[in-house]
Design a binder for this molecule. Structure first.
Ligand code: NAP
Length: 147
């Protein structure tokens, strides 16, 4: 499958992305928005105590990065903000919990809306215990399967 075909798969799709504040996650978000601006929505699940803090994290740690300058130049500052508002939704959650820590009504609504889940959330520390790492992988896999 070539790059154009891959980008085509994201057209008009709603994608839940975990780990977007991480090294690979922010590259992924930028790349999808750049190569497939017709993506329907990107739901970015980040660890935060509430929706406002999640939004703040997404804007300071993902969208606010220089990495997005190509898109800023393409749309202009105002157009870029509108584009991001239209496409990007921040969610407060944590992959160690069932349904990614979302409340039941939010999880139900999202599970109907989401077409693709990209799970980039991970602990990349070499010092974490194996059982914590394994439990996290298991819970995440179950949430993804249920959705
Ligand atoms: N970097 C590479 O070159 C590379 C190469 C091959 C494979 N990978 C794999 O790709 C994945 C991501 O790597 P990375 O380098 O982007 O890692 P990273 O920079 O350490 O980012 C990890 C991401 O996971 C999030 N996260 C961790 N625990 C979470 C939880 N419980 N709930 C929600 N989010 C959580 C972090 O959020 P916070 O900001 O809240 O901490 C962060 O956004 C890993 O599985 C890694 O093994 C990476």
């Amino acid at each position: 499958m070539d790059a154009i075909a891959v980008a085509g798969c994201f057209r008009d799709k709603s994608i839940l992305i975990t780990g977007s504040t991480g090294f690979l996650g922010k590259l992924l978000v930028e790349k999808i928005l750049r190569v497939q601006p017709a993506v329907k929505k990107l739901y970015l699940l980040v660890r935060a105590p509430d929706a406002a803090s999640a939004e703040q994290r997404v804007f300071s740690e993902v969208i606010g990065m220089d990495l997005f300058n190509i898109l800023r130049e393409k749309y202009g500052l105002h157009g870029f903000q509108s584009f991001i508002q239209e496409k990007v939704v921040a969610l407060a959650g944590d992959i160690i919990h069932d349904d990614f820590g979302l409340d039941t009504s939010q999880a139900d609504a999202l599970s109907k809306e989401i077409d693709i889940i990209i799970n980039g959330a991970a602990t990349t520390s070499f010092y974490e215990s194996f059982c914590c790492w394994y439990a996290r992988r298991l819970v995440t896999r179950e949430s993804v399967q249920e959705w």
